[in-house]
Design a protein around this ligand. Structure first.
Ligand code: 2YG
Length: 273
């Protein structure tokens, strides 16, 4: 999983309203509506909650990312749930959060970024939440995914969560991963759940044959200008953005769903409410 940097997270808090407007323009849904759809909950479910959230800095591993906990807290507060950052970090932060009566804890070390509802014993993992959160956003962008061909790039944790969400919405999913065993594992896991995912080994051919892309690769620049047509739609949760080439972002304005944290954090919150 790619480690966020300070300049990935610092623009988040000051631009939340503008990002929400962009989502509404691109998908017809707000950040909260996308998250509610991803977690399968009613949108008004949120305002019936007077739960409180504590975001706990974790110093282990590569340590604190300047602005990370502030960005997470700002997204949650923007969605209408009070979120505070604990003064202490690590175990002290967990203890402080419980003593302050927090219902939900958010914390991230180098391997896991989780939301935990300590009242309901519910856990949401950022990778799983990001996969289904971006599928919900893509579904809104495409006005439904039923019967539509989607090329999934990357069969890791985010890609696997996205694959399940995509097939459940009736999308026809083809998966490509540089590690073909990962694609095959994902395909057989999905098959066990009664769905089908096509394994692809010819990346260039697959990119040429698809208009809807879910880019869950950790950062390789896979999608290029030559693969983009007027009907191209891309959901790209990965950091750094895997869609490269001069002018790609201009060409794709309003057809490229991508953010460093927002949709994943919003879906985690809805998952554990
Ligand atoms: O508490 C802190 O400031 C740090 N321990 C946070 C470390 C987060 C490390 N994880 C990542 O950067 C990403 N995997 C988070 C999720 C990215 C969104 N797709």
């Amino acid at each position: 999983m790619t480690r966020l940097k300070e300049n990935d997270v610092n623009p988040i808090a000051p631009n939340l309203a503008a990002y929400n407007d962009k989502l509404a323009r691109m998908t017809g849904c707000s950040l909260g509506e996308i998250a509610a759809r991803a977690s399968g909950k009613q949108f008004d479910h949120l305002d019936k909650q007077n739960q409180s959230v504590a975001v706990i800095p974790m110093t282990c591993g590569e340590g604190i990312i300047e602005g990370f906990t502030e960005s997470v807290a700002s997204i949650i507060t923007y969605l209408g749930i009070k979120a505070v950052i604990t003064k202490s970090s690590d175990a002290g932060g967990v203890a402080e959060a419980v003593q302050r009566g927090a219902d939900i804890l958010f914390m991230a070390d180098d391997d896991r970024f989780v939301a935990i509802n300590i009242r309901k014993g519910m856990v949401s993992d950022n990778g799983e939440a990001t996969g289904k959160g971006y599928v919900a956003g893509l579904e809104c962008m495409c006005q439904g995914l039923k019967g539509k061909n989607v090329l999934l790039l990357g069969a890791g944790q985010v890609g696997s969560s996205a694959a399940l969400a995509l097939v459940r919405k009736g999308a026809l999913v083809t998966v490509f991963d540089i590690n073909i065993a990962a694609s095959q594992e994902l395909s057989s896991a999905i098959e066990k759940l009664g769905y089908c995912v096509q394994v692809e080994t010819d990346l260039e051919g697959a990119l040429a044959r698809h208009q809807i892309f879910f880019d869950a690769c950790p950062g390789e620049s896979v999608i290029h200008l030559r693969h983009i047509s007027k009907d191209t739609m891309i959901a790209a949760p990965g950091i750094p953005l895997g869609v490269q080439g001069i002018g790609v972002d201009k060409l794709l304005t309003d057809r490229l769903l991508h953010d460093p944290l927002q949709i994943g954090v919003a879906t985690m919150l809805w998952d554990v409410l």
